[in-house]
Design a protein around this ligand. Structure first.
Ligand code: HEC
Length: 112
């Protein structure tokens, strides 16, 4: 009986975790185009109109080798400075968790 009491909450949690990790690139794209292109560039090459003049330059997603998902999540949510990166990378506390995962999913399509 004890194990049932433990397993039950885990079973309930699983769909929540699976959903959180599964971002929708199609939903992330409009957010990226509205908020991120100015620095990271439309193709994710880091050559957006503002990105061009920054130092260090925005990460070129198109070159691949992105940080692990959990790190990307923290950087988008808390910003570059809080993660030891450039302060030019803003924090986006206004996005829901799902929106951040959607953005990550979209960024990954640019890395291919
Ligand atoms: C004002 C310019 C600017 C804007 C706008 C901006 N970024 Fe950035 N971003 C940067 C810079 C600069 C870096 C690189 C920081 C460094 O390497 O020190 C960066 C780094 C990142 C990284 C880290 C990549 C890695 O592999 O570690 C992620 C993820 C990221 N940005 C996502 C986003 C998303 C998503 C948006 C839009 C919601 C966005 N950025 C908007 C400037 C910007």
């Amino acid at each position: 009986m004890r194990s049932v009491g433990f397993l039950f909450p885990c079973v309930l949690l699983l769909p929540v975790l699976a959903r959180a990790a599964a971002g929708e690139a199609a939903s992330g794209k409009p957010i990226y185009n509205a908020q991120c292109v100015i620095c990271h560039g439309k193709t994710g090459d880091g050559n957006g109109p503002v990105g061009k003049s920054l130092s260090p330059r925005p990460r070129a997603f198109s070159e691949g080798s992105l940080s692990p998902d959990a790190t990307l999540f923290k950087i988008i949510r808390k910003g570059g400075k809080a993660n030891g990166l450039s302060k030019d990378m803003d924090a986006y506390p206004q996005f829901t968790d799902q929106q951040v995962w959607d953005l990550i999913a979209y960024i990954k399509t640019l890395a291919k």
